[in-house]
Design a protein around this ligand. Structure first.
Ligand code: ADP
Ligand code: MG
Length: 239
């Protein structure tokens, strides 16, 4: 099953002063259920932009993005901001670059946050968050605040928060980027374990060769173009 399909997707940022930056150009790709996909490419090539579009956090300026799971098949173009946010909440888990945990919330509260918008009682939310954190080796850290956690621990909390809703698609932006190699290996192992257990489609933006090595597929982005699959109507990508 194809979870996510990009058809000739482009993204041009426009600043208030009118300056334009073409960040992605005619990108077509597919993410299938069970994929463990690495997105690689030099800094500034458009990887984070690609991931934001995949997560419906931002809109393309051209082309179409469609999403399909067991419960929904939709083009992002057809969804309002609200509908997109709802889809994200139930179907897409995101690990942001940096950890983006809420500093005033305990580890379990951060993880339980996506469940607040469901009809799930506080006790049940707490139980689910704690079980998942224990599963990720953080049983001693349930009540810690983010500032009391190491980078690797924060990333594991971010992973738990991303998958607590049992999404169809997991997106991670440089999940090992700020970690020492031991913590990075641990987080990678967990990403693989979670990927297998839930049969998630997983997309990881990375500079880390180890991530690319274990991926089932790699997408290379250079200057906003999908280097692996030059677009037919993009003469620059072919030359
Ligand atoms: P990567 O993640 O591969 O380093 P990005 O997707 O962050 O690349 O950026 C791609 C290009 O788009 C860069 O030239 C960057 O400066 C530009 N860019 C990214 N985000 C914005 C934004 N919000 N507004 C304007 N330009 C942006
Ligand atoms: Mg980036």
């Amino acid at each position: 099953m194809t979870v996510l399909r990009f058809h000739n997707v482009s993204k041009t940022y426009q600043s208030e002063s009118g300056n334009k930056t073409a960040a992605l150009f005619n990108v077509s790709l597919e993410v299938r259920q069970g994929d463990f996909l690495a997105v690689v490419g030099p800094s500034g090539s458009g990887k984070s932009t690609l991931l934001h579009l995949m997560g419906g956090l931002d809109r393309p300026t051209g082309g179409d993005i469609s999403f399909a799971s067991e419960s929904i098949t939709r083009s992002f173009n057809d969804l309002s901001e609200r509908e997109l946010a709802r889809l994200r909440g139930s179907e897409i888990g995101i690990m942001y670059q940096g950890f983006h945990l809420l500093p005033t919330m305990r580890a379990w509260e951060n993880v339980a946050l996506p469940l607040v918008f469901r009809k799930i009682s506080l006790n049940e939310r707490k139980k689910q968050a704690e079980e998942l954190l224990e599963d990720l080796g953080l049983q001693q850290r349930l009540n810690h605040y983010p500032s009391q956690l190491s980078g690797g621990e924060q990333q594991r909390v971010a992973l738990a928060r991303a998958v607590i809703s049992k999404p169809t698609l997991l997106l991670a932006d440089e999940p090992t980027g700020n970690l020492d190699s031991v913590s990075a290996d641990y987080v990678l192992d967990l990403l693989r374990t979670i990927h297998k257990r839930y049969r998630l489609a997983t997309v990881i933006v990375t500079h880390d060769q180890r991530v690319a090595d274990i991926a089932s597929k790699t997408i290379t982005i250079v200057d906003g173009r999908n280097y692996d699959r030059p677009s037919m109507n993009d003469s620059r990508a072919r030359s």
